[in-house]
Design a protein around this ligand. Structure first.
Ligand code: SF4
Ligand code: MG
Length: 338
């Protein structure tokens, strides 16, 4: 079916008065099918959060979508290129409030500390469903119940600080779902939680996705989370999407040396049980300003050869919609053979 979200050739540039512009995200292509989950995975600073925030046009003032398109096609509506909308335009606010919601690692970034969670969700019900008073509260209670808040009717009168971390996370999810979005963007929503709560929230999101039929763009640094929640995965490194495809294809046959290194860094026996942080690869990620013109992974790649530093590898289809950017897929390493 037609993609719900299709990002083509998107570059995001950060400018500052005293330094050269920095391309934080470089010519990224991504596609998300309605009702499916795409995970963006990579180490911190690789551009995954920036990519997600660009979809909502919630970038910092010094950042800008410099090239490309972000085409959003909600069910039964015409396509809109989000990249062409002004961040504070009516059209953008309508998409942000109605069709695309976002949840974060820290629930207090979307919950107000001075209002009860019930009042906050009631207000969403009023804005989006035109419900007032008792009718709004009934829907709020039903939604809190659906996201697994026990004693939802009483808990609706609690302030966020009166709830545990896990319940606050559930309240934030309820807020995000109050507008019945077609796309939920989740930026590391389980990273700050203990392992048990993390597993419960992932289960909940999977269940809600089935109930609401929404698509998810799920940002994480954790391959275990990707395996549990995603249909598709895009691996980012230093602003590049280096590989993307179905979770099955990418996990069973990673084609980019960076993805291969990530996979190898996870002890096989505990691939699902543990939450292993990604940072196992030799060397460190260079600063964005030091990224080579060619492949971003050159300085850490065990297979780097002549064209890697200077020539950017093309996005190569290795079958079944699985793509990677690596010269090994298009040419043999001459030095290695000599
Ligand atoms: Fe390694 Fe070169 Fe492939 Fe980049 S293009 S991942 S440096 S072999
Ligand atoms: Mg981030």
């Amino acid at each position: 079916s037609k993609p719900l979200l299709k990002i083509d050739n998107m570059s995001i540039v950060f400018s500052s008065p005293d330094e050269a512009d920095i391309e934080a995200v470089r010519q990224v292509d991504l596609s998300l099918t309605p009702g499916k989950t795409l995970a963006l995975v990579g180490e911190s600073g690789c551009g995954k959060s920036v990519t997600a925030r660009a979809v909502l046009r919630l970038l910092d003032k010094n950042a800008d979508v410099r090239t490309g398109s972000i085409v959003f096609t909600p069910a039964g509506e015409d396509a809109t290129d989000i990249a062409r909308l002004k961040p504070d335009s009516l059209a953008m606010r309508r998409i942000r409030g109605n069709q695309i919601s976002m949840i974060f690692q820290e629930p207090m970034s979307s919950l107000s500390p001075v209002h009860t969670i019930g009042d906050q969700i009631d207000e969403m019900m009023t804005i989006h469903e035109g419900l007032g008073g008792k009718a709004a509260r009934e829907r709020t209670v039903a939604l809190l119940d659906q996201v697994g808040v026990p004693g939802a009717r009483e808990r609706a009168d609690a302030y966020p600080f009166q709830l545990s971390g896990g319940l606050r996370q559930r309240a934030m999810i309820a807020m995000a779902l109050a507008c019945t979005p077609q796309l939920l963007i989740a930026d590391e929503p389980t990273t700050a939680l203990d392992v048990t709560t993390q597993a419960q929230i992932l289960d909940l999101l999977r269940q809600l996705q089935a109930d609401f039929g929404m698509a998810m763009l799920f940002i994480t640094h954790d391959l275990g989370v990707v395996a549990e929640i995603a249909d598709e995965v895009a691996v980012m490194y230093l602003g590049d999407v280096v590989e993307q495809g179905s979770v099955f294809d990418v996990f069973s046959a990673p084609r980019h040396p960076y993805t291969q290194a990530l996979m190898n860094s996870i002890p096989k026996m505990s691939r699902k049980a543990d939450r292993v942080r990604l940072n196992p690869i030799k060397g460190t990620v260079p600063a964005p300003k030091d990224r080579p013109t060619g492949c971003a992974f050159t300085s850490r790649c065990p297979h780097a050869f002549e064209p890697c530093a200077s020539v950017r590898p093309v996005r190569t289809d290795v079958g079944n919609g699985h793509h990677a950017r690596c010269h090994l897929l298009t040419q043999a390493p001459v030095e290695a053979m000599a």
